[in-house]
Design a protein around this ligand. Structure first.
Ligand SMILES: [Zn+2]
Length: 421
């Protein structure tokens, strides 16, 4: 399969055509930076740098594997990772590509036992194009992803030296319990996760797909401190990340086996579950907490009363919905009631995930930057610092009014999905 992607800034459309960066940026690691600073302190230091920009539309290879399940073959988990790397890139992301190929081999071998399908994508354009490969994929298969993708799972930098901890995982809230349990059962480790950014090929928030894992295991926090390692974004926290030293010594076969167990357990359980293991009560709890924080920050300058009370109503409706689901626990996937319940769980994601992770509409893409929780009402954090009555203050209030409308309306839509007929 071939896609076309510009090698800068992902895949633009007319809304983003002018966002192309114009300033060349050079990044150096901390150690070299310290050396440079020390040299500057001793007197005049001359540094020469040059950049070469290759700009255009390039044909890129993209691997797309589909392993068909037996009971609900149209529904699939999308498992993915990036093929391109910096320099040799053993820890980021050769180990991930090896893991994806091994999972393809094992799941294919046992495909007669899979209830749902597994789609594995290995794409280009992760660093050279800021997620252009996954964005192309999200655009190309948008309608099918919307109808059939039950979860998306990223596999980046597993199997790296000394990376024995699972305290830096990513997941959307509704799968927190599922992920923690799967990790514990696979490797007997307590895991911690956080809200995923629009980074690391998480190009599916605007469609509203439940998501888990991005980077894999990591060197434990205390060991990182002991070693004095600065934070990096891959290679299991080994600082060879994105340097010429990301070579074979960064990979660890035993750790790769552990990470594979984590990925396979987590994915297999979603493929086999009669009822999808998604708990959107956690999402409603997260909304309530986010709104509370925004209200606290905005003080008397804006009232989030509407959003707060709607979140409470949503939470209550979800409680009823989940107690109804209890009655289906013993039924299997062929039951129409189970299928209907799963469809509702998918639709809850399609509805609630976009308002929590995106500003732009469905099938569009937000820029790959930090996006706060319930971004439409996040400017609440700045409001109290503005001069009351000033232009900026009033515009921010307008923004929050519109934002709150979108958030409240979406929570009402979510309730329509789960309302018992
Ligand atoms: Zn990576």
């Amino acid at each position: 399969m071939m896609g076309f992607a510009p090698r800068f800034g992902g895949r633009q459309d007319l809304d983003t055509i002018d966002n192309e960066p114009k300033i060349p940026v050079v990044a150096i690691n901390k150690t070299d930076g310290e050396e440079l600073k020390a040299m500057c302190q001793t007197g005049i230091t001359m540094v020469e740098l040059s950049t070469r920009l290759e700009k255009g539309w390039f044909e890129c290879p993209l691997i797309d594997v589909f392993i068909e399940g037996t009971e609900e073959p149209e529904k699939y988990v999308l498992l993915h990772g990036h093929l391109d790397s910096w320099h040799v890139g053993i820890g980021d992301n050769t180990t991930g590509d090896a893991a994806l190929m091994e999972m393809a081999r094992i799941f294919y071998k046992h495909r007669d036992k899979l209830k749902r399908s597994l789609r594995i994508a290995i794409w280009p354009g992760h660093s050279t194009g800021r997620y252009a490969g996954s964005t192309w994929f999200a655009d190309q298969f948008a309608l099918d992803l919307d109808a059939n993708c039950i979860a998306q799972v990223n596999c980046d930098s597993p199997g790296c030296r000394q990376a024995t901890s699972y305290e830096k995982m990513d997941w959307t809230n509704e799968v927190e319990d599922h992920c923690k349990q799967a990790i514990y059962d696979a490797v007997q480790e307590e895991a911690k996760g956080k809200r995923p950014n629009r980074a690391g090929d998480y190009s599916f928030h605007n469609i509203g797909i439940t998501s888990f894992y991005k980077l894999s295991s990591s060197i434990p926090q205390e060991q990182l401190k002991e070693k004095g390692y600065y934070p990096v974004g891959g290679c299991g926290s080994n600082i060879e990340w994105h340097t010429e030293d990301d070579l074979m010594h960064v990979a660890d076969y035993e750790i790769l086996r552990r990470d594979l167990r984590v990925y396979m357990t987590s994915i297999y359980r979603v493929l086999q579950a009669n009822l999808l293991p998604y708990d959107f009560r956690k999402t409603a709890d997260e909304f309530m907490e986010t709104i509370r924080q925004y209200q606290e920050a905005a003080g008397a300058h804006f009232s989030f009363e509407l959003a707060a009370s709607e979140a409470t109503v949503l939470r209550r409706s979800l409680e009823e919905f989940y107690s109804e689901l209890q009655l289906l626990q013993m039924e299997n996937l062929s039951s129409p009631a189970v299928r209907e319940a799963n469809e509702k769980l998918l639709q809850l994601g399609r509805t609630l995930i976009p308002i929590n992770f995106t500003r732009r509409g469905k099938f569009h893409h937000d820029p790959a930057v930090q996006i706060p929780a319930l971004p439409d009402i996040a400017p609440a954090l700045q409001l109290a610092g503005l001069e009351p009555g000033s232009h900026r203050y009033r515009v921010t209030q307008n923004h929050l009014l519109r934002g709150q409308n979108r958030v409240v309306w979406t929570m009402k839509e979510a309730q329509k999905i789960i309302r018992v007929q």
